[in-house]
Design a binder for this molecule. Structure first.
Ligand code: TZP
Ligand code: MG
Length: 211
């Protein structure tokens, strides 16, 4: 945890993940339930469509003072005046993002290999996504399934804020926090829930219990 990343429950949202419910509505309900940061992750949109969704989502987020992170699109991140950007191991490297977007306030970087931890890319990042903790249907092209043991190991190596992702839910939230996560990132357990506010509230409650 630090001033740039004091967040505990991170919603990673896409239109597809919302099962036909309007994205902005799901985001708003999730915020009311306890989500305190949101990433818009649209892997298949054109930049124009992605930007439109980001600008529209910003109207909701400004109302609640919740920061927006854009997944893997520097142009959309800058143009939507996002708080920051999240990149994976095979995306534009964090050092390049820093050069291309000096005003970026929050840069997230996914850790898929242990060797990434001792790198310039990790050094310039504001938080690390530990990806994935558990197997998930939401993302199939993963490398290392860290599990709780892997998360504990990483906690012992770095002081950077750690965001756990990959099948995070109300059942495992407490244990994942106790294993060293600072924040949990969630797609389906909130976006796919019949009541996203209630789902977020249950996860948030178990996070708070572990602090
Ligand atoms: N990166 C690693 S796992 C994952 C991403 C984007 C998907 C997590 O989705 P879910 O539905 O919360 O398991
Ligand atoms: Mg990527």
């Amino acid at each position: 945890m630090n001033n740039v990343f004091p967040y505990r429950l991170y919603l990673v949202i896409s239109e597809d993940a919302c099962n036909g419910q309007p994205l902005n509505k799901v985001a708003e309900m999730a915020i009311l339930g306890g989500v305190d940061i949101i990433q818009l992750r649209e892997k298949f949109d054109t930049s124009e469509v992605f930007l439109k969704k980001a600008m529209s989502l910003q109207e909701v987020l400004y109302k609640y003072n919740v920061p927006l992170i854009i997944n893997d699109n520097l142009d959309v991140a800058r143009r939507s005046k996002a708080y920051g950007i999240h990149v994976g191991n095979s995306d534009l490297p964090p050092t390049v993002i820093r050069e291309g977007w000096p005003e970026c306030q929050c840069l997230g970087y996914s850790i898929e290999y242990l060797k990434q931890l001792i790198s310039k890319e990790t050094l310039v990042s504001d938080y690390l996504g530990i990806s994935p903790i558990f197997d998930t249907l939401t993302k199939r092209d993963t490398v290392t399934q860290w599990g709780l043991a892997g998360l504990r190991q990483i906690r012992g190596i770095t002081d950077k804020p750690l965001v756990a992702i990959g099948n995070m839910n109300a059942q495992n939230a407490y244990d994942v926090m106790k294993a060293g996560a600072d924040c949990l990132a969630v797609v389906s357990a909130i976006c796919g829930a019949a009541d996203p506010e209630k789902a977020a509230g249950e996860i948030r409650g178990n996070i708070e219990r572990a602090l």
